[in-house]
Design a protein around this ligand. Structure first.
Ligand code: LLP
Length: 382
């Protein structure tokens, strides 16, 4: 099993991210099968994991990319992604970043405000180019996910609110160096029911009809990402429910002739193929609690500290039958540096190797050097 391989890799040093590439490939194959025969195109959201080896693997599968910074554009180019399959989103693109996108002739800027359109138009004019854009719409749909990763309600900074959309579309069509390709949406991340995606389809249909009445048609719709994964039982659910997800859009969208639908999936592609592997530094008994203290902390995987999110924790070493209850924590000087409270683990000792599962998305890519720690390494099972 791949976790055993990670345990032997731990002899080289911990903490590290261990990636199961065969699982990543199976995930990518599943996506390709699900969209075959439909006018769908999937972009991988690089922010979820920009590890060059992961990018390379995804590039080989033929997916496009969804990018949120100039450096992500450069990383995607380096990994061999086709600029014709690059979408670039973000509320605060700097002039330099816009230039990187324009100079490399990326497919589409997902624009989030009128000032941004003006600036892109100005820079494009200076370079004598026409730039593809999609307007990011804030559809005011609650994705029922964590407050920090919900993006599509009117309280969020993202996108252009519905009452202001007509004006934004008019502006995009008026600016001579912009080519308006379509509308872009993204309602949030780790969405675990299909209901919000159904609501999104209804909203998209309404908007297509609305603009058609105004004589405006779009060549594409970008429905964003957000498909959630199972953090509770990752071993039983290694591949996200892509069938159900794409089915909603196959059934729900009333597409016009020639119209393409783009998706921007991050977490659902890479979460389950990665685990954070750490070593137990000490087991400490306090008056009320027993702590397993790891050599990995919130600097390696910040999700539990930042979103209170759950990751399954497994002791790879211990063969003990006896189960004990532990808080599994890191070494960082922050009380939020906790991977899991009241974890039932086989009796755990100093030196045991621990795996924190479903850490392939927003793990390595959000790592920091707080406390002057080193960034985590990565190893791959091929
Ligand atoms: N498209 C846009 C415009 C986005 O903002 C995002 C994620 C995605 C696509 C990809 O969403 P996904 O398929 O991965 O859900 N750090 C947080 C997640 C932040 C998501 C930000 N936007 C976490 O660890 O849960």
């Amino acid at each position: 099993m791949h976790l055993d391989t990670f345990m032997s890799l731990a002899l080289k040093g911990t903490p590290f991210y261990g990636y199961n590439l065969p699982l990543l490939r199976r995930t990518l194959d599943t996506i390709k099968q699900e969209i075959a025969g439909y006018p769908f195109m999937v972009h991988y959201a690089v922010k979820a994991n920009g590890n060059p080896r992961i990018l390379n693997e995804i590039q080989q599968s033929g997916l496009g990319v969804d990018l949120v910074s100039g450096n992500e554009i450069l990383a995607a180019l380096k990994a061999g992604f086709d600029p014709g399959k690059m979408a670039y989103a973000g509320v605060g693109k700097t002039d330099r970043e816009i230039e990187i996108g324009i100079d490399n002739d990326i497919f589409c800027f997902n624009v989030e405000s009128e000032p941004e359109m003006e600036v892109i138009n100005e820079i494009a004019a200076r370079k004598g180019k026409t730039v593809g854009v999609a307007i990011r719409v804030n559809p005011d749909i609650d994705a029922h996910t964590h407050r920090y990763i919900t993006t599509g309600t009117s309280a969020d900074k993202f996108g252009i609110d519905l009452p202001m959309l007509d004006e934004a579309v008019d502006l995009a069509m008026k600016l001579p160096n912009l080519h308006l390709r379509g509308l872009h949406f993204h309602i949030g991340s780790q969405v675990t029911t299909i209901e919000p995606f159904k609501m999104l389809c209804d909203k998209i249909n309404q908007l297509l009809e609305h603009f058609e009445k105004r004589g405006i048609s779009f060549e594409m719709i970008d429905a964003g990402g957000g498909l959630g994964v199972n953090y509770e039982q990752p071993e039983k659910n290694p591949i996200a429910p892509f069938h159900d997800f794409f089915e909603v859009f196959k059934k729900g969208l009333k597409l016009r002739q020639g119209q393409m639908v783009h998706f921007e999936l991050g977490r659902s592609i890479v979460a389950q193929c990665g685990a954070l592997i750490a070593k137990v530094v000490f087991v400490k008994q306090n008056a009320a609690k027993k702590f397993v203290i790891l050599d990995a902390g919130m600097t390696d995987l910040i999700r539990p500290a930042l979103y209170n999110s759950h990751h399954k924790i497994v002791n790879l070493t211990s063969q003990e039958k006896e189960i004990d209850t532990y808080d599994v924590v890191g070494p960082i000087c922050e009380s939020s540096d906790v991977f899991g409270t009241d974890q039932q683990l086989p009796m755990t000792r100093r030196g045991d190797i621990i795996a924190i599962l479903s850490a392939g998305a927003y793990g390595e890519s959000m790592a920091s050097t707080y406390n002057m720690r080193s960034l985590p390494q990565s190893h791959f099972i091929d």
